[in-house]
Design a protein around this ligand. Structure first.
Ligand SMILES: [Zn+2]
Length: 201
């Protein structure tokens, strides 16, 4: 860090440089941008960063991101609560919602089962999902984990537990390239995968 900068400026460059995809040059450029921008604008940025860390929590029904005890999707009376779409991450909810083809509710697992990385089923929200399916009027569970080995393994594990609940279990169609992720699939591809979803044998 250059000693030509003040302490605060050095600290801002250092913090910005920790962000993914931001190299030292970009961090410097952003820091100078913030320095010369309107005070209100810079404070709005600081406030927005503070808010996502203090206001956002997990929906107590589906574990999606929320600012209240339950998220906007779970609170929406137009949603079919009888269909639960199971995804790995909140980002997957956003990708699926962008298709405009989803009238259901979600369940966010918080990742996938990966014993080699030390991620066991108990680290995910699988137990609350099973409880949810058992206690409600759920007629279909759509497995929308990523179409890669970890995602497939997770779907297999969950469907074996859900089978006893007597619910219909489907998974997104294989239009999605194997090994890919929901997050990076196009809306068109996801819509096809939703429409062509198939019942798990
Ligand atoms: Zn929710």
């Amino acid at each position: 860090m250059s000693s030509a900068y003040t302490e605060s400026l050095n600290r801002l460059i250092e913090e910005l440089g920790k962000l993914p995809g931001i190299g030292p040059k970009t961090a410097e450029r952003l820091a100078f941008y913030i320095l010369k921008t309107e005070r209100s604008e810079a404070m709005a940025l600081a406030q927005a960063i503070g808010d996502v860390k203090t206001k956002i929590r997990r929906c107590e029904i589906c574990y999606n991101l929320s600012e209240g005890t339950t998220c906007q999707i779970c609170c929406d009376p137009r949603r079919d609560k009888g269909i639960i779409c199971v995804v790995e991450q909140p980002k997957d909810v956003i990708s699926l919602e962008k298709t405009g083809a989803c009238k259901w509710v979600y369940h966010v697992l918080g990742g996938h089962i990966a014993p080699l990385e030390g991620i066991e089923p108990s680290d995910l929200t699988i137990e609350p999902l099973i409880k949810r399916v058992r206690s409600g009027d759920v007629k279909e569970v759509i497995m929308a984990t990523n179409p890669n080995m970890a995602g497939d393994g997770t779907t297999l594990y969950i469907s074996s537990l859900l089978r006893a609940a007597g619910v219909k279990i489907t998974r997104l169609a294989r239009g999605l390239p194997t090994g890919s992720t929901i997050e990076y699939a196009s809306s068109k591809m996801l819509t096809d995968a939703i429409m062509g979803r198939q019942e798990l044998e």
